[in-house]
Design a protein around this ligand. Structure first.
Ligand SMILES: N[C@@H](CCSC[C@H]1O[C@@H](n2cnc3c(=O)[nH]cnc32)[C@H](O)[C@@H]1O)C(=O)O
Ligand SMILES: [Zn+2]
Length: 431
């Protein structure tokens, strides 16, 4: 057994108290062995965490990681127009190599900002999986299905691809990759395809992930056509199981919140994307009070425009208060919970907590910064004041992915160069 110790840090424990302690990790098992004083002597390797906060690695519950190539490509439009006029035409030109380049850029950003796991919906998933394997993080990956505007054959092909990818990649990258069946949304995938393929996804034993109740424009057609709220329609199609998780959940009514809580289906709140596309304010406080598992996600870099989960945490607190018209809503503890354990629970991972037996997925934040001084409350700092650049080290599955702000698994300069070239060439092809 080789061991790694994170030494002399302040460790954020599952009950959100902070203790001066070392963290001892079994590298091969990728697990935390012990948290306590003076463990450095027992370790083969150490990572210094003096004057630093050791937190669970952040979990990004909803992303389209390769969309980093479209960062800044189209801004300042609502969802429907943004997707149809700008994003989908550009995505139509994306090659597998482009997706690989965009995924690597996104992974670099995730690791640099302390994120150790994410859920991702995109296409050319084999390239995303390859990049995840190299980068060393955990991921729940899936192929996003869109059937609107496609003939029956092409639509079924898209759904089949999503199933095949989910079956093939589950458990890959030494178990760091898990998968899901991913219909894009309740309005972009026809009910007949849900009826046909959802039972198959259940047989394959994979969860289902989709965008739901993101905009008011997306709710209205379902109510008009089916006389049901979107999540009632989802439940009827077998899309609300405990392992499933939806992105957004902005326009949900009380009955839908109850359905989510009863079913145990997770909601990934994406506050930055919801603000930027003016989609609305998710009732995060009400969902949490009702017992819904709520996590956080960045969504893609084209609607955010970064992949920093610490930004998302702060946005979630701010927007949650505004939405509830109550400054005590979505407090720092709730935000830190959503950032770590909430997202992990929602997407079905064991990470998000630092304790013996848990996955060795963590981030170490440098506290020696003016904006993190003084130190009345480190949970408050994590929710409101810390930023991506404060992350010093990132560890996932017992492996050091970033040491002293240097990413060890990806060549930063090369990744940026390939992404720049791919993005420029893509923009040229779309014009
Ligand atoms: N196979 C599908 C691709 C679906 S991948 C997932 C899609 O979600 C899109 N997307 C990104 N952010 C959002 C969002 O906030 N809401 C809905 N869709 C989004 C993204 O651009 C991508 O096209 C096809 O043939 O078009
Ligand atoms: Zn999305």
């Amino acid at each position: 057994m080789t061991t790694l110790a994170i030494t002399d840090g302040r460790v954020l424990r599952p009950d959100l108290t902070v203790a001066a302690a070392d963290v001892l990790i079994d590298r091969a098992a990728g697990e935390i062995l012990e948290i306590g004083p003076d463990l450095a002597g027992e370790a083969d390797e150490t990572l210094d965490a003096a004057d630093s906060l050791v937190t669970p690695g952040f979990v990004n519950g909803h992303c389209h990681v390769a969309m980093t190539l479209l960062r800044g490509y189209a801004d300042d439009k609502p969802l429907e127009a943004w997707l149809r006029e700008d994003i989908w035409p550009a995505e139509g030109e994306l090659t597998p190599e482009d997706v690989r380049a965009g995924a690597e850029l996104g992974l670099l950003e995730l690791i640099k900002s302390g994120t150790t796991a994410f859920a991702d919906m995109y296409f050319h998933v084999p390239e995303v999986a390859d990049a995840v394997e190299t980068a060393g993080v955990r991921a729940r990956l899936g192929h996003g299905i869109v059937t609107v505007g496609k003939d029956g054959e092409a639509a079924r092909e898209d759904a089949k691809t999503s199933l095949e990818i989910a079956r093939e990649y589950d458990g890959s990258a030494d178990g760091r990759i898990s998968t899901a069946f991913m219909p894009h949304s309740l309005t972009t995938v026809g009910g007949e395809y849900l009826a046909e393929f959802v039972p198959e996804a259940r047989d394959a034993g994979v969860p289902i992930h989709y965008h739901a109740n993101e905009t008011a424009d997306e709710v209205a057609p379902i109510v008009d056509e089916h006389g049901q709220r979107p999540l009632e329609y989802a439940a009827e199609h077998g899309l609300l199981e405990p392992e499933d998780f939806v992105a957004h959940g902005v326009h949900v009514d009380d009955r839908e919140i109850e359905l989510l809580a009863e079913a145990g289906t997770g909601v990934i709140h994406c506050p930055a994307s919801n603000m930027k596309l003016a989609s609305g304010m998710a009732p995060v406080e009400r969902m949490r009070e009702a017992g819904v598992t709520v996590g956080l996600g960045t969504d893609g870099a084209a609607s955010n425009n970064d992949l920093s989960m610490l930004d998302e945490a702060r946005d979630a607190a701010m927007l949650g208060k505004l939405a509830a018209d109550d400054a005590s809503a979505v407090p720092a503890e709730a935000v830190v919970d959503m950032l770590t354990r909430g997202s992990a629970d929602a997407i079905g991972l064991e990470s998000g907590r630092l304790e013996a037996g848990a996955p060795a997925d963590l981030a170490v934040l440098d506290l020696e910064a003016p904006h993190l001084t003084p130190r009345h409350d480190l949970v408050s700092h994590l929710a409101y004041a810390a930023a991506a650049a404060d992350v010093r080290h990132t560890v996932c599955d017992g492996n050091v992915l970033m040491r002293d702000r240097e990413v060890l698994t990806l060549d930063e300069a090369g990744v940026r160069e390939r992404a720049l070239e791919a993005a420029d060439a893509l923009a040229g092809r779309v014009e």
